[in-house]
Design a protein around this ligand. Structure first.
Ligand SMILES: Cc1cc2nc3c(=O)[nH]c(=O)nc-3n(C[C@H](O)[C@H](O)[C@H](O)COP(=O)(O)O)c2cc1C
Length: 212
């Protein structure tokens, strides 16, 4: 397989994982390779605004899972009955079943007051951290691991739980670990919540198309 084919294959196989974690330990060298891939992400002004908090402590994970369950209920209560019935069938996290959590944080102060390329677009810092997450996700897939992004939480709760300093934002709790398999179709599609848009609808030429 050419390196291009290998990359496209990983992109195609990457899935958001909730139910397929087996909880086996991940060898330290594999974890370091995956975090190393995240750490090689591009970043605005080379600010490298990310940090990775690896969470293995079962008690911390249980506490976080309870918080996520509460936030899941908050979202469920906002749904009309038919959407709620669909949502009720969808698992939104594998916090305790995964091998570990990796909380990716964002420090907007990293790089000092003169971050090259961020003067007009403050969010460019955040984009950089999200690219590190995508690298981490693809590397995990290439290593045969699964990863699931959890965003059903309040930032202040997670900051407090892990002792993250004020001003540093927890951007994602990533459930990371060994899996039985990766599904070929996204969970949300399999459960009838939402499906992928055709690529043609997403591509515009020269000017924004309103008919897409
Ligand atoms: C920013 C972000 C937040 C997400 N939060 C959650 C989440 O809280 N729970 C969950 O089950 N999936 C979450 N996902 C995963 C998406 O549901 C998933 O990526 C999407 O349905 C497409 O499926 P796929 O990643 O398997 O292709 C999140 C994804 C992103 C990018």
């Amino acid at each position: 397989m050419s390196s291009a084919d290998a990359l496209y294959d990983v992109i195609e196989r990457r899935r958001d994982v909730r139910a397929e974690f087996t909880g086996e330990p991940v060898p330290e060298d594999v974890l370091l390779r995956v975090l190393g891939a995240a750490h090689r992400a591009p970043s605005v002004g080379m600010s490298q605004p990310w940090d990775f908090v690896v969470v293995r402590d079962p008690a911390l994970r249980r506490t976080f899972r309870e918080h996520v369950a509460t936030e899941r209920d908050v979202f469920a209560a906002s749904l009309p009955p038919e959407r709620r019935a669909t949502f009720d069938r969808i698992k939104v996290e594998g916090i305790c079943e995964s091998s570990m959590g990796v909380v990716v944080t964002h420090s907007q102060d990293r790089g000092g007051p003169h971050v090259l390329g961020r003067h007009a677009i403050a969010d460019a810092g955040l984009y950089s951290t999200v690219l590190a997450i995508q690298n981490l996700w693809l590397a995990a897939t290439a290593e045969g691991l699964g990863l699931g992004w959890v965003s059903f939480y309040r930032e202040d709760f997670l900051r407090e739980l892990l002792g993250i300093p004020a001003g540093v934002r927890p951007i994602a709790w990533l459930c990371l670990g060994t899996v039985s398999h990766l599904e070929t179709v996204p969970d949300l599609e399999r459960h009838g919540w939402r499906s992928r848009r055709p690529l043609d609808d997403a591509i515009h030429h020269d000017r924004w198309r309103n008919d897409a």
